[in-house]
Design a protein around this ligand. Sequence first.
Ligand code: NAD
Length: 475
Amino acid sequence: MPNATSYQLFINGRWRAGGDGIILPVINPATEKVCGSVAAAMVSDLDEALASAERSRRAWSSRPAKERGEFLVAAGRILATKVGDAAKDLSREQGKTIAEATGEYARAVETLEWNGTHAEELSASIPMGPNRMIVPEPLGVVAAFTPWNYPAVLIARKLAPALAAGCPVILKGAEETPSAAVHCVEALRQAGIPDGVINLVFGVPVQISRHLLSSPIVKVVTFTGSTEVGKQLAKLAANNLQRCILELGGHSPVVVCEDADLAKAIPAISEYKFECAGQSCNAPSRILVARPIYEEFLSRMTEVARKIKIGPPNDPATEMGPMANERRIEAIQRLVNDAVDRGATIETGGTRLNQPGFYWPPTVLTGVPKDAKVLHDEPFGPILTVAPFDTIEEAIEEANATDYGLAAYLFTGTDDTKRALIGGLSAGALSVNYLKGVSADAPYGGVKQSGYGYEGGEQGVRSFQSLKLVNGLGS
Ligand code: NAD
C-alpha cells in the first residue's frame, strides 16, 4: 500500500496512480486543512477496471463458495488487526470520534466474517420438493458506490455479500474519506483475493457512474447516498437493465408514548442521534411526544443535547466531532433559517461554532410549522425537531408525513400501542424501545423514497444472485 495519506486506485490486483496522475485533496473537517490526497481515475482506468473484473468473473463465480467465504473471513481477521490505525485515519478524514470509528470498523469486520461464514450455505441449491430446485447464480460484475458517513461498514455491506455470491466488484469509494476503502481492499488483497475480483476507483462521481453504468459488463449497481443521486443511477441503470440496490436518504421519526421510560429513551435517542454528528441515514430526526409528557421530555432532551461535549475527534473526551464537510454546514444552516423564518423556536444550538472546523452543535427545534423544510428534507446533521401529539393516529400520520421510509422508532410499554405503530409506520425498519445500528445478519432496506433492495443477512447476498428455477428433476 502506498504511503498512508496518499491513496491510490486498485486495479487488476495492483495499487497505482490514475492514468493522468490527477489527485484530489482530502480535507480534515476538524481543521479544514488538507490531510491527504486521493488518485482520480480517468476513463482508461475505468476501462481497465471493467476489463479486469470481467476477466476474473468466470473463475471467481465457479470457485467453491466455501473458498470465496474463506477469503472474506481471512480479510475480516486482517482488518481486525489494523483497526487501531484505520480508525485514526477514518476519524481524521470524516470527523467522527476515534471511539465511533473503532466501533464502525468492528461492524465492518463482523460483516466480512458473517458473509464469509454464510457464503457456502447461501450459494447452495434450494430444493423445492422432489422435482424442483432453485439454483442461486451470481449475477456478474457489480459497480458499488459508497458514501463518506460510514465508509468502512457501508463498503463491507456491499463488498462482502457480492463477493460471497460470486460477483467481482468495482468499488467507487468516497473521495472525502478514502482511507476506509483502501484499508478494506488492502485486507482483501492480503487475504489473497485473485486479481480483478475487487477493483477500487475514486474520481469525479458523476463521470465514474456514467461510464461504469454504460458498460454492459456491469450487471448490478449498489449505491448508498442521497435520493437524488440514487434516482440518477436508477435512470442510467435502466439502459442496460442493471439490477439496482439503492439505500437512500431517511428522515426517521421517534414516537414517544405517554408510558415511555424516559430514563431509557432520552439517552438512547441522544446517543444514536448525535453519533457521527447526526450524519446517519437512519438517525432519528423528528421526535413526536405524547402531550402529557411533552414538556418534561423537551426539557430533559434539550439538557442532554446541550451538555454533549463537542471537540476534536481525536480527543478522547469528545462526544461529538465536526460535520464531515462544508456542504453539510451550509445545508443545516439553510434548514434552521427556514424553520426560524416560519416561526420555529431554537431550544439549543442553531448556529455554527465560531472556530475552525465544520462544528455545528446539537440543535433542538420546536414549534416547527408543517411546511418547514426541516420536516421534509433529510437533515443529515445534529438537528432534531420535537413536537407533541394527542392520539396514536395523529402520531402515525405525522410520522409518515415525509417522502422517506427508512427507519422509525417508538418508545412504549403497551403491547396494543406497539401493534398499532408497527402496523401504521411506513419504514423499512422499526425499533421498539431501542436504537442501534444495522447488523450484519439482518436485511435492511427502505420504502418510499428511501430506496429499494436489501443489504444485510441472507437477502443481502440474494441481491447479487439470480435464482434459477429447475423443473422436472425426477422426470
Ligand atoms: P451526494 O448524494 O452528492 O453524495 C453522497 C455519496 O454519493 C458521495 O460519496 C458521492 O461521492 C456519491 N455520489 C454523488 N454523486 C454521484 C454520482 N452521480 N454517481 C455516483 N456516486 C455519486 O451527497 P452529499 O452532498 O455528499 O451528501 C448530502 C446528502 O447525501 C445527505 O443529505 C444525505 O441525504 C445523503 N447521504 C446519504 C447517505 C446514506 O447513508 N444514505 C450517506 C451520505 C450522504
